[in-house]
Design a protein around this ligand. Sequence first.
Ligand code: AHG
Ligand code: MN
Ligand code: MN
Length: 332
Amino acid sequence: MHDITLSRFLIEAQREQQSLSADLRQLLEVVARACTAIAVAVNKGDLAGVLGSAGSGNVQGEVQKKLDVISNDILLAANEWGGHLAAMASEEMEHPHPIPHRYPKGEYLLLFDPLDGSSNIDVNVSIGTIFSVLRCPAGSAADEQAFLQNGRQQVCAGYALYGPTTLLVLTLGQGVHVFTLDRETCTFHLTQKNLRIPEDTQEYAINASNARHWEAPVQRYIAELQAGKDGVRGKDFNMRWVGSMVADVHRILSRGGIFLYPKDTKDAGKAGKLRLMYEANPMAFLVEQAGGAASDGRRDILDIAPETLHQRVAVVLGARHEVERVAAYHLS
Ligand code: AHG
Ligand code: MN
Ligand code: MN
C-alpha cells in the first residue's frame, strides 16, 4: 500500500469514480503541496521565525499567530492560479477571496481553517489545516452566498495534521484515507484505508474548564461518564483533550472516542466555539464517512443550513452510540 502516492491514488480514483474530476484532482494536489509548505514552516519553528503573535486580529476577534497568517497566505497563493477554483474562504478573512482576474476560474469553492490549534503552536503540540470543497452554484457570482451550502454538499474534505509525522486525511465521499508525508521526497503516501470509528467507546474529549457554563444535557452526559463504574453507565471512561480539534478528531478516527465542544453560556451570543464552515462541516463529513456521527445536539451537523460564513456551532462527534445518547439527552 505504501507505494501508492497521493497522486496515484487520485488518478486511480478519477478513473474509477465519476465524481472526481480532473479539476478536483488538481485542486487536491495543490492543497497537499500547500500543506507540505506549511509543514516545513511548522517544523522549522523558531529557526524560521514563525512562532509567536502576528500582532493582528482576525474577523473572529481572535489574536492571530504568525503561523495563522503564514498558513493562510500559503494556501491563497498556491490555489489562486490553477484555474480550478471560483473563490476561497478562510477563517482568517472576513470576506471570500475572489480569484484574481488575470487567472482562469473553475467550478469549485475551497474553504479552510489554515491553522487549527493556534494555542498549541508555541508549545510544540500538534496542529493542522482543515479544508472543505464545495461546487460553486452555476451562474453564481462566487460571493459569500455561494458558500452557504449545507455540509452534505461537500465534494471533499480533509485535514493535514502537523504532528510527529505529517499526515493528510481525506474523504472524497467514499471512505476516509490517510497519507503520510515522506519529508525527504516531499510526497504523501497512502498508509491507511477506510478508517472506521467504533460505535462504542470509553474515551471522551471536552474542555472541562467550561463545565459550569454547559447546558443541562451536556452536564448530565459528562457527569455520567465521570461516575464511571459506579454510575448508570457501569463502566469507566478515560479523558483526552489536546486542544487542537484536528488532533482530537484524528485520535477519534484512529482509535475511537467522542469529542464535544458544546454551546455554553459564557458568551450567550455564540452558538458554540467552533466554526461550521471551516471546522464542523469538514470534520463531520470525515467522521460520517468513517461510520461515526456528528451533531450539534439537536440535528446532524451536515444538515445545518448555514446563514453566515463565519457562524459558530456546537459540536458533538465520534462514536455513533455516544453521539446518539447526547442527542437523546437534548430531546428529553
Ligand atoms: P483555531 O486555532 O483554528 O482558532 O481553533 C481552535 C479550536 C479548536 O482547535 C479547539 O478544539 C478549540 O479551539 C480549543 O479551544 P479552547 O482551548 O478554548 O477550549
Ligand atoms: Mn480551528
Ligand atoms: Mn485556525
